[in-house]
Design a protein around this ligand. Structure first.
Ligand SMILES: Nc1ncnc2c1ncn2[C@@H]1O[C@H](COP(=O)(O)OP(=O)(O)O)[C@@H](O)[C@H]1O
Ligand code: SF4
Ligand SMILES: [Mg+2]
Length: 335
């Protein structure tokens, strides 16, 4: 049942473990074989309100795209619940999700418009596809709607007849965004949407996204390794490290007074941010492997400038430090 008093999206303790077969060839006993597990997403809670824009940040490989694929239900979670408008969508097998009504309300803008656009489709065909398949539009109603959407994403009409190879990077990004907003979704998930674009084009596309959110009242889950982008667009930010959320809170608070050593290190890499965080913190060491991580220690230990013995004895849980601001660290920075 749809429940409009619930958050738009509510993810609880979701995990995705990928089994990796480890060779048992040196010890050919069945008992010696075991399956190692890659902990891509390891107990994540996430909630997005109506009209809210949430940023998910963290370096490459920390599990951002896997979390997105769990939410868009192209991957089945190993554990945990995913509710959309109060309805449990986590239990619907990924193979069936394409046919459920919620499908059209959750849409995605992908990282590289060149990869995600069909090279044999014109911009018009690409925008038409969801409208035809899920919106049941055809004929004049369909062409009117395509033109209205092109105008919404500020794409000149004459570009509608072009194929991807005849469009610039920015124009392709607009086509990808047009396709995603065509059905007026309530949740738009953007996975590194500007990472493949030149810096000058990035700024234009980010402004367009901010404008669309206001016009269409959508919620955003904005995924990026670039904190500056998230700062521009998000009300709330969640910082992910090796499959876990290590800090989450109102964007302003997290940017101005980060409490987790990893967030501080990420922020220190951005020029121009004030306070102590402006001194560049270099992370030593390699990230811990996501394969069978030791549950009894902090995953950031080994790279953490503040790491102590206590951090190798138990893994910190997310603890609320201020209203809406939570941190997973035994020795958080003071506010
Ligand atoms: N289908 C898969 N099978 C095995 N491992 C995977 C699969 N998809 C992702 N991974 C692993 O999960 C981890 C998180 O990947 P990903 O979610 O793509 O991170 P991000 O988007 O933050 O760069 C990485 O270690 C990656 O290698
Ligand atoms: S728990 Fe320890 S190692 Fe982990 S982030 Fe905090 S200080 Fe660093
Ligand atoms: Mg990714």
């Amino acid at each position: 049942m749809i429940d409009d008093t619930q958050p738009l999206l509510q993810v609880e303790q979701v995990r995705k473990l990928f089994p990796l077969k480890t060779a048992g060839s040196l010890v050919p006993l069945r008992a010696a074989r075991r399956t190692a597990l890659l902990h891509a997403v390891d107990g994540v809670d996430l909630s997005i309100g109506r009209g809210e824009s949430v940023g998910l940040v963290g370096e490459s490989g920390c599990g951002k795209s896997t979390l997105v694929r769990l939410i868009t239900r192209t991957l089945d979670p190993t554990e945990g619940s995913i509710r959309f408008r109060g309805e449990d969508i986590g239990g619907i097998p990924a193979s069936r999700f394409a046919r459920v009504p919620q499908r059209k309300l959750i849409q995605m803008v992908f990282q590289d418009p060149t990869d995600s656009l069909n090279p044999r489709y014109t911009a018009r065909d690409t925008i038409a596809e969801p409208l035809r398949l899920l919106g049941n539009l055809s004929g004049t109603a369909l062409s009117d709607r395509i033109e209205a959407i092109a105008a919404l994403v500020q794409m000149p009409r004459e570009l509608l007849g072009r194929f991807p190879h005849q469009l610039s990077g920015g124009q392709k990004a607009r086509v990808g965004i047009a396709r995603a907003v065509a059905l007026e979704p309530s949740l738009l998930i953007l996975d590194e949407p500007t990472a493949a674009l030149d810096v000058s084009v990035q700024a234009v596309i980010l402004h367009l996204l901010a404008d669309l959110r206001e016009k269409l009242g959508m919620s955003y889950l904005f995924v990026s390794h670039d904190l500056n982008i998230v700062r521009l667009l998000c009300d709330r930010v969640m910082v992910m490290y090796l499959g876990r959320i290590v800090e989450s809170g109102p964007a302003r608070q997290v940017f101005e007074a980060p409490r987790h050593p990893y967030t501080r290190a990420l922020l220190s890499a951005i020029p121009g941010l004030g306070g102590e965080a402006s001194r560049r913190i270099r992370l030593e060491g390699d990230p811990t492997s996501p394969v069978d991580p030791d549950p009894g220690r902090c995953r950031f230990h080994g790279r953490c400038p503040k790491g102590q013995d206590a951090c190798t004895r138990s893994s910190p849980s997310l603890v609320q430090m201020a209203p809406g601001h939570a941190v997973a660290c035994h020795f958080p920075e003071s506010a």
